[in-house]
Structure formats: structure tokens, C-alpha cells
Design a protein around this ligand. Sequence first.
Ligand code: HDD
Length: 720
Amino acid sequence: MSQGNSTSGGAPSDKKDAQLEAYRENAGEGFLTTDQGIRVNDTDNSLKVGERGPTLLEDFHFREKIMRFDHERIPERVVHARGSGAHGHFQVYESLADLTRAKFLQDPARKTPVFVRFSTVAGSRGSADTVRDVRGFAVKFYTDEGNFDLVGNNIPVFFIQDGIKFPDVIHAAKPEPHNEMPQAATAHDSFWDFASLQTETTHMLMWALSDRAIPRSLRMMEGFGVHTFRLVNAHGRSRFVKFHWKPLLGVHSLVWDEAQKISGKDPDFHRRDLWEAIEKGSYPEYELGLQIVEEDDAEKLGIDLLDATKLIPEEVVPVRRVGKLTLTRNPDNFFAETEQVAFCVSNVVPGIDVTDDPLMQARLFSYLDTQITRLGGPNFAQIPINQPVAPVDNHQQDGFHQHRIPRRRANYTVNSLGGGCPHLANLANGGYVHYPERVEGEKIRKRAESFGDHFSQARLFWVSMSAPEKEHIVKAARFELGKVESLEVRQRMVANFVEVDMGLAKMVAEGIGVDVQAAVKFVGKRNTKPAVAGAPSPALSMENTVKGSVATRKVAALVADGVSAAELKDVKTALEAAGAQLEVVGPRLGAVKTAEGGSEAVTMALPTVASVLFDAVLIPGGKASVEALLQDGAALHFVNEAFKHYKTVGATGEGVDLVRGAAFAGVALADAGGKQGQVTSQGVVTSQGAPDLGAFAKAFLQALGQHRHWDRPGAERVPA
Ligand code: HDD
């Protein structure tokens, strides 16, 4: 085994990279050996008595090889088992010394190494990426003062208010215990049974039913610390803070039908997207945002900051963008890094402190505890990906998988034999001093009155949605509850929607065989706190996200023999100049002949891809090419499906004939009226006759920059 350079091939980029370097092993050119370093002469045949005889127990190479294989698996995470990781760095824009003593938030010149793991919650390690679920957004900052883990989600609130309910909500969401079904899906009775009875879940359910739960990319979703944390400055002054991550590419989603199809076509869709973006140098970027609340103002917000089912609307407390996270490097090895990374909410550095949020308090225990089973003992902080870059020195010792060799005799504090080492730190030399919050009270198992409003913010979310977003929520609720066998559960859930908004409840009820009046009566009988109507929060709607850029968008150009190379080339150049990616999708790998007599390389074969893996489709002209595509059901399906999923469809020259042959031709070409020249209608961009490629490319890029054309009429009618 040989020690090598970092995978980037250059010098380590930061302290963490340098630390990991010591553990990296490049593919060696030496001999195959056993774990004991013995060179192996045959790894294909076990040691036997004669050619056809029994295998001998003395075959140490065989036994070791099989033993190692037998023990390759470790328990998957009890939640968030499916995940993808990346290395990067964080840099603050300006010093936040007025807010916190955390050094990594004070020096704009300092690049703090990070490791990020994105995940789904409910599915097993091998489940599909695009299921309807919350996404984990966990960031480990390797600061010079120790590790700070911001273990968040892409939804700013949580299902439950007290961590003692976590096993309940997760048991309900996971596959049912008798038959281990369904995988990575909440569309089953036990989840909605729990959700309907535990009404504090309603706010987060609105988010989970929304497009937030089917992100287009891990690079295009927000992140939230969820809980209220404290920032404490050098003077000991504490302020409350909510952490946000804002993706520079904006927040974008898939369509539910598309998400389900991707689960089959490419279950690694998000993982691949993240990996490829980093490999291509399109580094995912997220700004860190802070919502700061002065302690004295906390009461004025009308919500309890310790209740993790509530958010602070950005219109009430603006999000101050204070720094940027950039993901620049893929892991060298999935297991060593992404699987073994251990996040813990209680990993905080001086200047960042926790609050009495009962959900957070449970998490402070759970994460440390779970790693002991998952990573096989208490020494998991010694695993390279988990090691801080700050020096570690203490009297913790022994345990499974101890890698350190402590060379001191005095393994206790206080000592004189070891010169009193290691020393305790105080505030001045960076010691972590817990914020001296004053607390008193009786020991009691009770939920605070101030946690009692379960519906106002669910309604806030609903009223803040655009019309297409509302429609998607209703459809998602109909899908999820449509799979629930128990009428009682469906009815109770509609009752919860009645408390959010009558219109919503009616629309959902209609689709799932529930009598909304019965639900209304049920609400009348129970003692829930009615929702208070408030002004919408435009920041909650994805309609108002960053649009216009086509950077990193994937476009499929459908081609066959006879394609017009000229029409393809100009659009390709324009797309690539704007940072988008064009794949030439042909009937088979290799190349197609062009109308001009040359050849065009096919980068993807039609049988191996589908429209759901792209953001847009382009059909360049070329008579023979388009005639061939018109005979190919897969090509027609490709175009129909892209239209159905509100994607940009572009066609030039004879390419427009494929649009004419598609199921949506009537809608898309209605205003074209067979005219020559260029027409854009709801994201269908056509340029008939001899196309003006410059103008076409401009219109195509503009349409693509809208991400999806949600108001497109007729999409639903397309049978794809
Ligand atoms: Fe959790 C993993 C996020 C509540 C117990 N959680 C885990 C991960 C994320 C979150 C992103 C995956 C970390 C990784 O990639 O390794 N969890 C959240 C958020 C919550 C939350 C944002 C609410 C605000 N979690 C929560 C509660 C408990 C847990 C209330 C228990 C009382 N979570 C765990 C866990 C996991 C975990 C069992 C599984 C694997 C792990 O920790 O390392 O301890």
C-alpha cells in the first residue's frame, strides 16, 4: 500500500485536506498482500486437497478475505440512511465579532474546511434519491477551535415539538413493521395515522407535501438549522439566531410524476448531479443567512422560539447573508467519508450555544449515542473524516478501535505527575463556557401553552403559495392519503386541513373519498386552537426564487442520421457559453451522420436515458433526422413527457415537425398558426422555416432560465 497525493493531484487545499492526506492510499503498483503484509501468490483458488477436494482451514488468505467481506457492512443510520457528501469551505463576508466569539465567523480571510452530507430521511441506504421526503443538510465545519456541526434540513420546521416523540414519528414514517413496506415513502396508513393525531405535525406536513420535498437538485435547495440557537459575543452578550442556507442557484423542484419515474430511471439522480457538478467545476454554493433576535424582542414575535414547529417569517426578521459555503471536492471514498461521518448537534464552538428547545435537547443526546452502535464504539471521533483540525488532548482512553497511543502516565485531572497537563482553558484562551442562562422551575412533564397553536403557520405557508404550488400540495395530499386504507385516518387528516384552510380541505377531501362536512363536525368537537389568519410571507414561495440563470441545466438534443449540424452547433455554443450542458441523444452511442455530410458524436443513447433526467429538450432540424425521430416512439414519448413536466421544448427547422407530431401540438403551436419564423408559447420555442438561430438560442435560454413553465395549459392532458 502506498501513501499518495490528494485526489485533486495537487497540494492539500486546507488543514482538513492535509490531515486526510495522511490516511489516503493511492492505487499501488506493488504486490497484493494479506492484511498482515504477506504477499499473496493466488487469490482465485482456495487451498484444497487435490484439485477437486475440500478446502483447508489453514488457508489464511481465504479465511481473511472472506472474514473481511462478511463484515463490510455497518448499521445504516436509523434515519437519514441515504446520503451524499462533499468537501468544501466556508468563508464569512465580514467579521461577526459583534455577534459571536466564534473565530471562524470573524475573519473574512479565513477559509474554514467543511464536509457536507445531504440525505433523505425515511429510506434505506439503497433507496432512491427523488422520493417525497425532507432532505438533510448537515455541515461539519472544521474550525480552528474544534468542530461545529450544523445538522439541518431543507425545511425550516420540524414535525414534533419534543424529542421524546422522535421514535414515534419515525416509527410511523418508516416502512410498517409487519411487512417492511413501503420503502422510502410516507404514503401509508401508519404515518398518516400518527400525523393526523399529532396535530403539531401540520405545519411541517404542508412543507412535506409541497415541492420543497422533491428538489430538482441538492444544489437547488435551502437549508435550515431549524432550532433557535444562541450567538454569544466576547462580552458574553447572547442573541437568538436561526441559521439558513440560501442556494445561489435558487430553489427549484421536480414534478411528482417525474420524481417517481426518476426513482426507476436513475435512483442516484441527486447523488450523480452533485458529483458531476463538482467534477465539472460548477461548485455548489450556498450563502449562510442569520435571523438575529435580541433576547428582549423574543416575546414580541408571537411565537415561542423554543417551538421547532414555528419559523420566523423573513418579512418579520430579515435573513442577513453573512458568508458562503462552496463545495469543491468529491469524497475519495464513499464509505470512509460519507458513511463514516458522524454529525452531532452538540458539537458547538465557543460563541455558539444551544437553547432549551426540547427537540434540540433530545438531539444533544441522540447523535452522540447513535454513533456508538453505528460506528462500533466510542472512538468514532478518531475516524479521519470526523477528526477536528484543532488539537485534541484529554484523558478519554481505551474502548474499541482506539488508534491513539497516549504516552503519559497521569491519565487523570488533577495531576502533578504529568505537570498538570492537559490544562483547562478559560474564556481568554478559548475555553468553551456555556451561556449562563438563568433557569428555575418545577420538574414537570408538560407541553408549554405557548406551543399550543398548531395551525396558524400551516395556514401562513398555504396562503403564501402561488396557484401552481397550491395545486401541487393538493395533488400530493391526494396521492399520499389516497394510499391510506383507513377512512378514519383520511377523515381525521382532512379535519386538520379544515383547520388550515377550508378550500384546501375541500380539494383534498374530494380526491380521497372523504366527506368534508364530517371533518368539519369532527373539528367542532375537539379542543384545538384555531388558526389565526395573517399576511402571507412571499419568501416562502418558490415562485419568488432566483430565476434567469441556465447554469448547470441539462438539455437533451434529440438527433438521428441527417441532423442539421449547423442548427445544433449554434444553440450548443450559446447554451455552453451560459454554463448549461447539452447532451446529444441519438438512437445509439457513436455518431450520427449530419445533413451537411459530416458526423456528430452522440453522447447519450436514447434507450439509456429519459426526458426526466433533463431540464429541457431541443430538436434541431434535418429532414431525415426528424423523420426518423417521428417513427421512434421513445423520441415522441421523450418530447411529450418533457412538455407534461412543464419543461422548455425547443425546435428549429424541420424539428418543429416533431412538435407537430407530439400530443401537445395543438396547445403549443396554436398561436404559431403555421407561420414561418419564431414563436414562443409557454416555454415551447419554435423557429420554423429557415431559423434565425441567434434569436432562437436567446429565446430558448430565456425559457430555460424560468426552470419550469408552471402555467402551461394542456400539460395534464399529455398521456406520457
Ligand atoms: Fe436527526 C440524523 C436532521 C431531529 C436523531 N438528523 C440526522 C441527519 C440530519 C438530521 C441532517 C443526518 C446526519 C448525517 O448526514 O449523518 N434531525 C435533523 C433535524 C431535526 C432532527 C433538522 C429537527 C430539527 N434527529 C432529530 C431528533 C432526534 C434525531 C429529535 C432524536 C431525538 N438524527 C437523529 C439520529 C441520527 C439523525 C438518530 C441518525 C444518524 C445520526 O443521527 O448520526 O441520532
